[in-house]
Design a protein around this ligand. Structure first.
Ligand SMILES: C=CC1=C(C)c2cc3[nH]c(cc4nc(cc5[nH]c(cc1n2)c(C)c5CCC(=O)O)C(CCC(=O)O)=C4C)c(C)c3C=C
Ligand code: FE2
Length: 433
């Protein structure tokens, strides 16, 4: 599939490019002026719209966009709470408005329904914009839909290292926006926030980023703010068990009303996924005091190329039992320490637990002590958080060498339903079921 190839070439670092199409003229033309350079007509240095700006991801499909889509360079994560007096009817109308707008925005078109378009994204193509919607635990009580609340949305357990800010955690509704252009991303954010009125208002918002496509000489897995290559051992859509690990099973073909799930999920979650969002601050002043070798031992991988400390390249399998002479103790020690992050987070160390990590870095300035308020907006996807994030985080909480250098400051768990078919809105099967 041609679309697939183009997107993969541009953006490694996360799973495949389901639903990404090369937009070129077509749908993007409605809004973007196909400019080949500067406004004086001189051509300038590049013709962005023919490359990055033209990437279009489909809104309608089996799964919502923004899960297996390659991670974009700009991200906004936003939680909304329903306003007093808003219930199921208002929530259904909101999800309908949001879905219509998301389809228009992702096609690079102006949005109807929230007054005149703001023009923030004018001249730009879709830029691989994705909009993803989810429901939090509290949504179901507010809308009288408690019976439809999935057991998998039960609150996450407390972890001993948590320093969570409740005001920046959870929420009735969650929206993830990603794009390869910051103006396109902000345009979508503003449109969706305006369309939320008067039914819902913003509870919290976090802004993130990743490396810009084309910044490196060859496509590479992205780096985080600790300087590590991050995302190497993500499940891949080509893995036999990828769908089973990441998505709730779909309805069996040709039947209506039969539960195609394994019995733990309501039907409206067919083809959906659960997302765990953690704002994880990096204690960069402490981290940057470590030698490169010490930093590598914390993770178990080389900083330069992401290869395991046991050798090879980024994709070489880690040799968990390999020992070598330790320079300090003079004894034979495991090359990848027992508490190395990349050792203890592996599925084979956690009863098979796996998740698709799709994070953004963040930086919100410097605090009063002059330390960066920066880190990772850790976003991970799984068919069931009890077989993904929870067991792995329990293990990390008990003895991850990385723990001394990070702090979990906010947390959210949301049920993200399957994608909307053409003419449908996201969550329709829940809200009108
Ligand atoms: C509970 C899940 C996880 C949290 C929280 C987490 C935080 C976190 N991780 C890094 C950096 C790296 N993580 C890497 C691998 C890795 N991490 C998790 C899970 C959590 N990480 C998993 C499941 C894995 C893959 C393990 C495997 O199967 O090999 C790596 C190595 C490269 C890679 O595979 O991506 C790095 C680097 C940071 C900085 C961080 C919190 C800020
Ligand atoms: Fe990790």
């Amino acid at each position: 599939m041609a679309d697939h190839t183009i997107s993969r070439r541009r953006l490694l670092g996360t799973a495949g490019a389901t639903g990404l199409a090369l937009g070129a003229a077509g749908s993007a033309a409605g809004y973007a002026v196909a400019s080949s350079g500067f406004s004086d007509g001189s051509g300038g240095a590049g013709a962005a719209l023919t490359t990055l700006g033209a990437d279009e991801v489909m809104f309608h499909g089996k799964h919502q966009p923004g899960i297996t889509t390659p991670v974009q360079s700009r991200g906004h994560l936003v939680a909304f709470d329903l306003a007093a007096g808003s219930g199921r009817k208002e929530a259904a109308a909101l999800l309908r408005r949001w879905s219509t707008a998301a389809g228009q925005l992702m096609a690079g078109k102006p949005v109807d329904g929230a007054g005149p378009d703001t023009d923030i994204a004018r001249d730009a193509g879709p830029s691989a914009l994705t909009v993803t919607f989810g429901f939090g635990h509290s949504f179901f009580g507010r809308t009288g839909l408690e019976k439809q609340r999935p057991a998998a949305l039960d609150p996450l357990p407390d972890f001993s290292s948590d320093h969570l800010d409740k005001a920046r955690s959870n929420g009735d509704l969650w929206v993830q926006i990603g794009a390869n252009d910051p103006l396109v991303a902000f345009h979508a954010l503003r449109a969706l926030q305006r369309l939320a009125r008067p039914a819902a208002k913003v509870r919290w918002q976090m802004n993130g980023f990743n490396r810009s496509p084309g910044a490196t000489a060859r496509p590479m897995t992205t780096r985080n703010l600790m300087g590590q290559i991050d995302g190497t051992n993500n499940p891949q859509p080509s893995d036999d068990d990828f769908n089973q690990r990441i998505f709730v099973p779909g309805r069996p073909d040709g039947t209506d009303g039969t539960d195609g799930t394994d019995g733990t999920d309501p039907l409206w979650m067919a083809d959906g996924s659960y997302v765990v969002v953690r704002r994880i601050r990096m204690l960069l002043d402490d981290w940057e005091e470590l030698s490169t070798r010490a930093q590598e031992e914390v993770i178990g991988r080389r900083k330069s190329d992401g290869a395991p400390l046991t050798g090879g390249t980024e994709t070489t399998e880690m040799e968990l039992e390999k020992t070598g002479r330790d320079g300090r103790s003079g004894r034979d020690e495991l090359v990848v320490p027992l508490n190395a992050h990349a050792r203890i987070s592996r599925p084979d160390q956690n009863g098979g637990a796996a998740m698709l990590r799709r994070p953004f870095s963040y930086h919100d300035g410097f605090d009063a002590k002059g330390e960066p308020d920066a880190g990772l907006l850790f976003v991970c996807w799984q068919a069931n958080p009890l077989q993904g994030f929870v067991p792995v985080q329990r293990k990390l909480d008990r003895g991850d060498a990385l723990s001394a250098f990070i702090r979990h400051e906010a947390s959210g768990l949301f049920a993200v339903p399957g994608g909307a078919a053409a003419g449908e809105y996201v969550g329709q099967r829940l809200l009108e079921g």
